[in-house]
Design a binder for this molecule. Structure first.
Ligand code: SF4
Length: 174
């Protein structure tokens, strides 16, 4: 099969086994690499590395401030990296345009899909939302199939995601 006949999906880079996490480790996910990798080309993105935060880097989390969710360094909350992550999101949106789906890393302040904790000043979880990069893509591509590593552990969800991606791929070609 020609490369252009295989849909391309975005993937949080740490799920492919690349050591891009804040602690210098990865989160290799076999469902992503082996199960989805049979059907799709995988295009990895790491918004925190792309935002220039380096590896290793101090861990960040989400808080609510200035009427929006902000990503700040946990041990030094006056350092706000929101704008750097959003600038990266904007920069790669042209590449995302060619994708037919995306698999996100759960609970990440950048990549989480609806399950990222937002912390209050007392470090208690206030609510859950999407990470900044994921939220940006959800708003830009409301119809693109999105899922995350946790949901993909379920075979029915996994097969449903594969079908949704192919439908999106063929609809796009029309
Ligand atoms: S969750 Fe997202 S930002 Fe964090 S290491 Fe993985 S790809 Fe990078």
């Amino acid at each position: 099969m020609k490369q252009e006949e295989i849909p391309c999906i975005g993937v949080s880079q740490c799920l492919t086994g690349e050591p891009v996490r804040y602690d210098g480790l990865h989160k290799l996910n076999h469902h992503v690499v082996h199960d989805l990798g049979q059907y799709f080309r995988l295009c990895p993105f790491c918004p925190e590395v792309g935002a220039g935060m380096g590896v290793p880097r101090p861990p960040i989390h989400l808080v609510y401030g200035r009427q929006s969710y902000r990503a700040v360094i946990i041990e030094n909350p006056e350092i706000d990296v929101t704008d750097a992550i959003l600038e990266y999101s904007q920069r790669v949106s042209k590449d995302i345009d060619g994708l037919c789906g995306y698999v996100f890393k759960s609970r990440s302040p950048s990549c989480g899909l609806d399950d990222t904790p937002v912390y209050a000043v007392n470090k208690q979880i206030q609510q859950y939302t999407s990470g900044l990069f994921c939220d940006y893509l959800q708003k830009l591509y409301p119809d693109m199939p999105f899922t995350d590593e946790t949901k993909l552990a379920n075979k029915v969800v996994r097969n449903g995601f594969i079908k949704r991606v192919y439908k999106f791929f063929y609809d796009k070609k029309r």
